[in-house]
Design a binder for this molecule. Structure first.
Ligand code: SF4
Length: 627
């Protein structure tokens, strides 16, 4: 009898309308844990090379973990993975909420979906049963409408639903998957893969109690987290991730005007503090989490925003705010609500619109292209209009729905220099010219630019609780944010393995260290208490490293190489305002750091391919057959 997990995976073939159950051996769970680790194992083993990401050959995986749904705050996350239609490489996105735990309570640890339906369908999974149901009447609905309709049809308001809206249906390359209208598997276009399979939603409901090995220890850890997270003014609980707006602006690294600038003169107006004073109506949360970092907002008037879609987090505020130079929190909240309804990734949507604004201001596109929309920086209503056009692929929206890399190729006229992406994925709202380790993360993440590849450098540049929290990794001395030497690379290597572990074990990275209270020894003891395995930090970090090696292998198989591990030219050019004005990344130093990274993680310095002896050391020697 497994502890913490069910030992059952659901396999759905939508082309054949077939449902099966698989019971993987314990070794698979222990080696891969769940989330991105488990998903990349199946994607490498079962998907062929070079398939079209929007064809039935793509495999879509929803994967929880061995601790998902247990009592500790943060143990709620699940991964959606597939070949990304945005990058053509490894696609992976995590979300919290209640959907992952509910799937576990329904008796399954993961769902592997193959093929494509002939018409819209949704999955209904409940207490060890699964059905494929007709969704023709749901197709075209925004997320809120579809959730209401499914709950009505199933006569149960407590059903948890992961779904797509019109963005996913129209195959917008950065469409996301949303659950409970506010928790989002945002990046790499997993919503478009759902849309390509005519899969509108996956509704889950379960009543099963998860067995754990040591209930007292599990409860004790959950209680400890609840008693030890930060609650004071300015904390995550108090201001959410929007607490970052003002400190980053002051430091000169708040991405502004499509990454030309690092300071936004209207930053006060879009800050977490301003949100708290004006439109904040509540603090939302995920399953079992006491931190409650999520926001709920409501606005009145022309840009009325309903509370049911939650509220914008830091990345969304910076994406639609400073990056597009829109200083109105009401408009930003509306943009967030539209993206939740249409299921669009707020980061990619904002960065794509900022790209279009820069093209417009420089005369590369004009009013004829935009159907008369005056797409200047700072015009909030133009931005809102463009979001709708992207979701429904109308006019210029059809070009922007492909992402900035493809849009620049289509527009031409030198617009590539305005397209901020790595491997085709839009750059998130953090400035690598002020934190070089983040530059490495953007360049080396297998999913393209990802701000959650590792925690960011500035918190490790002085002694204190953040640096102390990673002492068990062997990082004992402060390292400067702008350093790009071997010690910075080593820091990034270890932190990347840690965050890959979090993504595989389904732990929120705001609950685990360095940002949250759950220390590494507490995490190890928690995994022991849940599973009964005699595990260690060493074994768990190896899972993170193994997951990274498999994701890299996926990309190598799809033709990616060292030339793709780079940053857009803009970050090698100086910032044009603020306290970091003039700061740039030195391209030669950056190249050297990438080479150092290859050698530290055991990738061939010329080809970037994981070397066979390293793969064997990680217990994935079989990847040679994939490459
Ligand atoms: S810290 Fe925030 S995102 Fe993480 S589990 Fe808690 S509420 Fe969810």
């Amino acid at each position: 009898m497994p502890h913490g997990y069910n030992g059952r995976i659901l396999r759905i073939n939508l082309s054949k309308m077939e449902i099966k159950t698989e019971e993987p051996e314990e070794l698979i769970y222990r080696k891969y844990l769940g989330g991105g680790g488990l998903a990349s194992y199946y994607l490498l083993k079962e998907m062929g090379k070079g398939i079209d990401p929007l064809s039935p050959e793509n495999i879509l995986i929803f994967s929880t973990s061995v601790i998902c749904g247990t009592l500790c705050g943060g143990a709620s996350r699940f991964t959606v993975a597939a070949k990304s239609p945005l990058t053509g490489g490894f696609g992976e996105a995590e979300a919290g909420g209640w959907w992952g735990p509910e799937l576990k309570f329904a008796g399954y640890d993961a769902i592997i979906i193959k093929g494509a339906a002939k018409h819209p369908v949704y999955l209904w999974i409940h207490d060890e049963k699964a059905e494929i149901r007709d969704a023709k009447s749901l197709w075209g609905m925004v997320s809120g409408e579809a959730q209401l309709a499914i709950r009505k049809e199933l006569a149960d308001d407590r059903v948890k639903i992961a779904m797509i809206g019109p963005g996913g249906e129209h195959l917008v390359k950065y469409a996301c998957v949303i659950n409970d209208l506010r928790h989002v598997n945002g990046r790499t276009g997993m919503g478009a893969v759902m849309g390509s399979k005519y899969l509108k939603a996956i509704a889950v409901r379960g009543t099963k109690k998860l067995e754990v090995y040591d209930q007292a220890m599990v409860k004790g850890t959950a209680r400890w987290v609840a008693e030890n997270y930060e609650k004071q003014p300015g904390s995550l609980h108090d201001l959410g991730t929007a607490r970052n707006i003002l400190p980053l602006n002051q430091r000169g690294i708040l991405p502004t005007r499509n990454f030309l600038k690092g300071q936004f003169e209207k930053a006060e107006g879009i800050s977490g503090e301003m949100m708290k004073e004006t439109i904040l109506t509540g603090r939302g949360t995920c399953y079992a989490c006491p931190i409650r970092c999520k926001r709920e907002v409501r606005t009145e008037g022309e840009d009325y925003v309903a509370q049911e879609y939650g509220g914008p987090e830091y990345e969304t505020i910076a994406s639609f705010g400073s990056l597009c130079e829109v200083g109105d929190l009401n408009v930003i909240s509306k943009a967030h609500e539209l993206c939740q309804k249409y299921t669009l990734d707020t980061i990619s949507t904002g960065v794509t619109i900022a790209f279009a604004m820069e093209c417009y201001e420089n005369g590369l596109i004009d009013g004829k292209d935009t159907d008369g929309i005056d797409l200047h920086f700072g015009d909030g209503q133009a931005m809102l209009a463009m979001i709708k056009k992207i979701a429904y692929r109308e006019g210029l929206g059809n070009v922007l729905a492909e992402g900035v890399k493809s849009a620049a190729l289509k527009i031409g006229k030198g617009s590539e220099k305005y397209a901020q992406h790595v491997k085709g994925q839009e750059i998130p709202l953090h400035e690598p010219r002020g934190k070089t380790g983040l530059g490495l993360a953007y360049a080396l993440s297998p999913t393209g630019a990802d701000h959650n590849e590792a925690p960011h450098d500035p918190i490790f540049e002085m002694p204190g609780k953040w640096l102390s929290s990673i002492a068990p990794l062997g990082i004992l001395e402060p390292i400067e944010s702008l350093d790009l030497g071997p010690q910075k690379v080593r820091l990034f290597v270890y932190l990347q393995q840690l965050f890959n572990l979090y993504n595989s074990i389904g732990l929120c990275n705001l609950v685990g260290i360095p940002f949250g209270p759950l220390s590494l020894d507490r995490l190890v003891n928690y995994v022991r208490a849940v599973t009964g395995w005699d595990t260690s930090l060493w074994e768990l970090l190896k899972v993170g490293e193994r997951a990274g090696g498999m994701a890299r292998t996926f990309n190598i198989r799809e033709g990616f190489g060292p030339a793709d591990d780079n940053l857009p030219e803009r970050f090698f050019s100086p910032l044009t305002n603020g306290s970091m004005e003039g700061a740039r990344i030195d391209p030669d130093e950056f190249k050297k750091a990438i080479q150092n990274y290859y050698q530290m993680v055991g990738w061939d310095p010329v080809t970037g391919i994981p070397i066979q002896s390293k793969a064997e050391e990680l217990g994935i020697g079989w990847i040679k057959d994939v490459i």
